[in-house]
Design a protein around this ligand. Structure first.
Ligand code: IPT
Length: 945
């Protein structure tokens, strides 16, 4: 018997005219006939029980049930679903499967009138194996549940009535490669169709650029060397015409590029004899490794992704076009920009929608052998090699033309071995324009990125800061969304933002796979079908319920990945567009201030277009009678789209609000290579662009600073620092070097907002602190908003976290609102009370006989420091800080214990976010964990004026 399986190729369609070609919906093609609908059906316990009449083609002698195609048998009432994560629910005895093997015999008649020379019978997905007979003749078999199988039926298809019979079995040798964590289901669950074709059998488009010019390579598989008329369309308009041979490279003039934010799609329509048209959509984009980062058109990608299974609570993996469209619009609405097709190639229409909406796709092959131990894993067994390669090539051939696919994934949870090496080589040979992924390739032997699952924040931070892998790192799965959760999304996102090499991740997973139970009106999970092997509710681990209802976890994800950042300080608001390509437009700003008394201000204003990466103007928020409250800023959609309906809250944030004086003063800003100088009527200050620190602050024509306002971690040790002092000394905590990693600023009339990233490290070691600062300068002062992270082999505990402000003149008087009047530390402050205090610098410290740290005042929110020359310095915070006035000379000499008594003291001010407790470790325990300062991420806010 000759099998009629077609060679591998991309999936495309012929159309009867240009208009239908451009509509890009195969259902509108005269050369596409779906065989979906009602079929005759017989359910058997095993393929071995197949009646002879079926094999002989005596279909009329059988008593048939009915079934819809496509559908899943278990959802149509035939057999039971089984939910198992890792274990195979049948004996692991490859390549055999048990006699008990739920099997469906499908049969239908259809009438057909041939129009063209070639007819192909196409199956988009059948779980897990099938054989086909057309008009009593055997066509061949199919395997690889989520891959396309095509048969050339040109010779066997008859004019008029035809008979098609298909035998589908749930278990097959292929099932050993399909052990994904999901329901085991079966049946013809994707479309079956007949497509008619002209002489072009395959068509591939590969975009590429040279400088600013963009081209596409067009490769056609055609028997003659004919050339074809072709038309290039963009948004329904024809932009050029070409005459193309089987291999051609053509330039796309005035190119508009494709990316996840602005998914500009072109359509090339090849015309054959004015009567056949093949449209292929493509996007101008290149995926490349640049400086060890995965880049799309030159810009590093940050995957804010989800793993998505195809699942519907009433249909299993059999999704309609409408289901897919709605689900992907929802995914985009939550600002998710990427999908890993966990863990198999999806139904073809999925990729059309991703191309159109702008979703980056990791297309994953239908291979998972989780239930095998490492020693016997199929990845290492030559028996399976050809099937590994075939599955990889079938995926890449089928999906080649989709711009949304940026990465091919070899599969999931199948250990590693030669078969993956061979598969990767075969894929690379076929397509070098995408990157390769496989999490099981722990040493990146064949993959372009290091990929892990569920890595802890500490693990990620360690790998990134110590540059353990040369290749970029993604989390192909993280944040397990089972039940209530996941937590820490903000922390992951901050790490992704902090380290270039962390290129984001894919939450596990999009949707709960609960099966809807009509009778009880609830959802069923593993074990509910009396499966002997099952994994219970582990199948309910999505960001949305089975019906798509968003969980709080999804709301959290949307918040931490929203493409807008809001910046607020003392009555002024700035909005930033974090998109790389897409402007923010058609949005209005809604402002609301709420206090204990209720909402005291609601205001809306239009938002002018903000370019990608750009900022709004600084907006003044005037709410005069409010002392403290909360400000909520929302961007509301004005012009609805399929993704964002009108009035959707596009992005939102909230800030502690305190009313302030309106900014009046115009500022003058001068930037040089080294400095940024800002002058107002009352002050001039400058930042050192190399360190990112405030380097000069001139008030009333006199300089205040002796040197830069710098981040610091050390203090003089106290008698109770017995256990920690040696390591702190060895860690050079008092000798930090500050480097500015980036220094950007926005000037808007009376306000300058600086965005400064710093890297701060001691000598000898390679640990350090990463600081992200937002500094607002206006006539009210210099206001810092800071976030910081420690990286590398950092000390676990620290004396303090804060800043030191070295002054030219000594401090003479200190007035403050906070705890006092005496000094206080986290574990010794019961004797102090919040109040307004004033002390002279002489009274500030306690005269311990051995000089040591003293003088901290906690929970300070305001302070006025008077200097010897009569100048004043004001410190304040909407939160609270620790304040100290120190003797810089003594502090700086402590390392070598050369305690020189100098005449001038009190020249340093500390603004600390955290200080360590005292403990009694000179002869007793160290401070309690709650009073210990750990090298964990921190945030803070303070204003200097
Ligand atoms: C990981 C699987 O890849 C995924 O399919 C799913 O099972 C997920 O876990 C948990 O829900 S594998 C796991 C061993 C990390």
């Amino acid at each position: 018997m000759r099998e009629r399986n077609m060679p591998l190729r991309s999936r495309f369609n012929y159309y009867q005219n240009l208009a239908s070609a451009l509509a890009y919906n195969e259902e509108q093609s005269d050369y596409y006939t779906t065989l979906a609908g009602e079929w005759q059906f017989l359910f058997l316990k095993s393929p071995q029980d197949t009646p002879d009449a079926f094999i002989q083609g005596a279909y009329n002698s059988l008593e048939w049930d009915k079934i819809q195609v496509p559908s899943q048998l278990e959802f149509a009432g035939y057999g039971q679903p089984i939910y198992a994560n890792i274990d195979y629910p049948f004996p692991v005895d490859p390549p055999y499967v048990p006699y008990e093997n739920p099997t469906g015999l499908y049969y239908r008649k259809f009438s057909y009138n041939k129009q063209l020379d070639q007819q192909i019978l196409r199956f988009d997905g059948v779980e897990s194996t099938f054989e086909v007979w057309l008009n009593q003749q055997y066509l061949g078999k199919g395997q690889g549940s989520r891959l396309m199988t095509e048969f050339d039926i040109s010779e066997m298809l008859k004019e008029g009535e035809n008979e098609l019979a298909v035998r589908v079995s749930k278990w097959s040798v292929g099932s050993y490669l399909e052990d994904q964590d999901m329901w085991w289901l079966s049946g013809i669950m994707r479309d079956v169709s007949i497509v008619e074709e002209g002489e072009i059998n395959d068509l591939k488009i590969t975009p590429f650029s040279k400088g600013d010019n963009w081209f596409i390579d067009v490769a056609m598989s055609v028997e003659t060397a004919a050339s074809f008329k072709s038309h290039l369309y963009f948004q329904g308009e024809r932009v050029s015409q070409y005459k193309l041979g089987p291999q051609a490279a053509i330039e796309v003039v005035d190119p508009l590029l494709w990316n996840q934010e602005t998914p500009n799609l072109y359509c090339l329509v090849i015309e054959l004899n004015q009567e056949l048209f093949i449209p292929i959509r493509f996007g101008l984009r290149e995926i490349q490794m640049i400086d060890q980062l995965m880049c799309l058109n030159g810009l590093p990608i940050l995957f804010n992704g989800v793993n998505r299974h195809e699942f519907h609570p009433k249909k299993g993996r059999c999704l309609s076009r409408a289901d897919i469209w709605a689900e992907l619009c929802q995914i985009k609405r939550y600002h998710i920009n990427a999908i890993r097709t966990a863990h198999y190639p999806n139904t073809p229409y999925f990729y059309d929608v991703c191309d159109e909406l702008g979703l980056l796709v990791i297309d994953e092959c239908d291979i998972e052998t989780h239930g095998f131990p490492e020693e016997t894993t199929p990845a290492k067994d030559p028996f399976w090699q050809s099937e590994f390669i075939a599955r990889g090539l079938r995926m890449v051939h089928r999906d080649y033309n989709h711009p949304s696919i940026v990465i091919w994934s070899l599969g999931n949870e199948s250990h590693f071995g030669e078969n993956f090496v061979a598969m990767a080589a075969a894929i690379r040979k076929l397509d070098s324009s995408r990157l390769l992924h496989y999490e099981g390739d722990r040493h990146c032997q064949v993959t372009d990125m290091y990929s892990t699952m569920y890595s802890s924040l500490a693990e990620l931070e360690k790998r990134a800061s110590q540059k353990i892998t040369k290749k970029p790192h993604i989390l192909c799965e993280y944040a397990h969304a089972m039940g209530n959760g996941p937590g820490n999304l903000q922390d992951y996102q901050e790490l992704f933002n902090l380290y270039d090499s962390l290129q984001g991740g894919f939450i596990w997973e999009w949707k709960d796979h609960g099966i809807y139970n009509e009778e009880q009106q609830n959802y069923l999970y593993g074990g509910c079908f009396n499966e002997s092997v099952h994994d219970g509710d582990f199948v309910l681990d999505g960001l949305v319920l089975p019906d798509g209802t968003p969980s709080p976890g999804l709301l959290e994800y949307r918040q931490v990945i929203q493409p807008v950042s809001f910046h607020y300080n003392q009555g002024q608001l700035l909005i930033r567009n974090k998109y790389d390509h897409q402007p923010l437009k058609d949005l209005r700003v809604k402002i609301e201030v709420v206090t204990q008394q209720g909402v005291v201000l609601t205001e809306e204003q239009p938002l002018s277009l903000i370019e990608p990466g750009g900022y709004s103007q600084v907006m003044a928020i005037d709410c005069p009678n409010v002392v403290t409250g909360y400000l909520t800023v929302s961007l509301i959609v004005e012009q609805g789209t399929a993704i964002f309906p009108k009035e959707t809250v596009f992005a939102q944030d909230q800030f502690a609000f305190s009313s302030s004086q309106p900014v009046k003063d115009e500022l003058e800003v001068v930037e040089t290579r080294h400095d940024l100088t800002i002058s107002g009527s009352a002050f001039t200050l400058s930042f050192n662009k190399n360190t990112g620190n405030l380097a000069s602050f001139v008030k009333g024509n006199r300089e205040l600073l002796a040197s830069e306002l710098a981040f610091s971690l050390s203090r003089m040790t106290i008698s109770n620092d017995v256990e920690v002092q040696k390591s702190w000394h060895d860690d050079y905590l008092d000798e930090l070097y500050t480097r500015s990693e980036s220094f950007d600023f926005v000037v808007d009339r009376g306000t300058v907002i600086l965005f400064v990233n710093q890297s701060i490290c001691p000598p000898v070691a390679s640990w350090g602190v990463k600081i992200r600062m937002e500094i607002w300068v206006n006539d009210q002062g210099i206001s810092y908003q800071v976030r910081g992270w420690f990286e590398g082999e950092k000390p676990a505990e620290l004396p303090r976290i804060g800043w030191e402000l070295p002054l030219l003149e000594p401090v003479t008087q200190i007035a403050w609102f906070g705890k006092g009047p005496g000094e206080s530390y986290p574990d010794s402050q019961q004797h102090t009370l919040i109040g307004h205090y004033r002390l002279s610098a002489k009274e500030w410290r306690f005269p311990y006989i051995i000089p040591q740290e003293t003088g901290n005042r906690s929970e300070v929110s305001q302070s006025k420091l008077s200097l010897d020359n009569g100048q004043e310095l004001l410190l304040s915070s909407v939160g609270k800080f620790n304040l100290n006035v120190i003797d810089l000379v003594k502090e700086q000499n402590q390392r070598y214990r050369h305690l020189e008594e100098k005449a001038v003291e009190n020249r340093g001010i500390r603004i600390d976010l955290a200080v360590r407790g005292l403990g009694s470790n000179s002869c007793g325990p160290v401070p309690l964990p709650k009073d210990t300062v750990y090298s964990t991420p921190f945030t803070g806010q303070f204003t200097i004026a």
